[in-house]
Design a protein around this ligand. Structure first.
Ligand code: PAF
Length: 281
């Protein structure tokens, strides 16, 4: 596997592959790789000739400086894991390489960015769009792979690709969970043993709430999930939302959507965790 730190070098690599007529699959990450990321690499390998991964902790998408500072960074381990997974190239730029000057782009994602993560983390999705656009322009992939744990991010990236008319297929991939149901996340390593033991409740509450479709309205389901989370004093819930999957608008009536999801964001000890589950209407 090739490891590139500079834009010109990864550009030369992908250009050569393109000239050979090869299809490029791309997995953008912020590193601290886990099985969830590796499942994206595996899928990209099946569907493309070449797989490129990026590892870059993107400062412009962090609205909380402490979160940026504490974000886990394990570059050597990431390289080993990517190599074993059969990734062809990894792009690991420095902040100076990616942002030689301050970037001031502003995107308007409309209602998509006014709810949930967009409402709780002002500027976050603009920062995600800035880096993903830049990475897409550097790597020029045919397909790019994103996990559904960051479901709203996926919707934002699809919209960005539409706005910019980029010829890249965005491939959503299912959430990968630990055996006890906790959604895999690079942030999980920051939970202590006690917090880690409570964390699977995040998913089990979503699952039990989503199974009450036939007996509860969306508001009742949301209240049910909130009441279950309130039983665990270590959980500081930021939001529980039930929305249509496509436009992410809050649902008042199941008849208003064919595809709904229930979402949660909560603080557990030092870590902010998110999760979501599809509601089978
Ligand atoms: O999901 C992530 O890890 C990041 O938001 C992404 C897409 C790599 C952009 O920095």
């Amino acid at each position: 596997m090739k490891v590139f730190n500079f834009i010109v070098d990864i550009q030369r690599f992908v250009e050569d592959k393109r000239n050979e007529g090869l299809k490029i699959g791309f997995v953008p990450t912020m590193g601290a790789l886990h099985e969830g990321h590796l499942s994206l690499i595996n899928r990209a390998k099946k569907e493309n000739d070449i797989v490129v991964c990026s590892v870059f902790v993107n400062p412009v998408q962090f609205n909380n400086p402490a979160d940026l500072e504490k974000y886990p960074r394990t570059p050597e381990l990431d390289i080993e894991k990517l190599q074993s997974a059969g990734c062809d190239a990894v792009f690991m730029p420095s902040v100076e390489e990616m942002y030689p000057e301050k970037v001031d782009d502003h995107y308007d994602f409309g209602d998509l960015e006014r709810v949930m993560e967009g409402a709780c983390r002002p500027g976050h999705f603009n920062g995600v769009a800035i880096v993903v656009r830049k990475l897409f322009e550097i790597v020029t992939p045919d397909r790019a792979y994103f996990g559904e744990k960051d479901f709203q991010q996926l919707a934002i990236i699809k919209k960005m690709v539409n706005i910019l008319q980029m010829n890249i297929e965005i491939m959503p991939c299912p959430i990968v969970r630990e055996n006890d149901g906790l959604a895999m996340s690079s942030r999980n390593v920051r939970l202590n043993a006690e917090e880690r033991a409570l964390a699977p409740k995040i998913h089990s509450v979503l699952k039990s709430a989503s199974s009450k479709l036939n007996t509860m309205s969306p508001q009742e389901m949301k209240d049910y999930a909130l009441s279950k989370y309130a039983e665990i004093k270590e959980f500081e819930v930021e939001y529980v939302e039930i929305t249509d999957e496509n436009n992410l608008r809050s649902l008042n009536d199941w008849r208003d959507s064919n595809h709904a999801r229930i979402f949660v964001a909560l603080q557990l000890g030092p870590v902010r965790l998110i999760d979501n589950v599809r509601i089978l209407i």
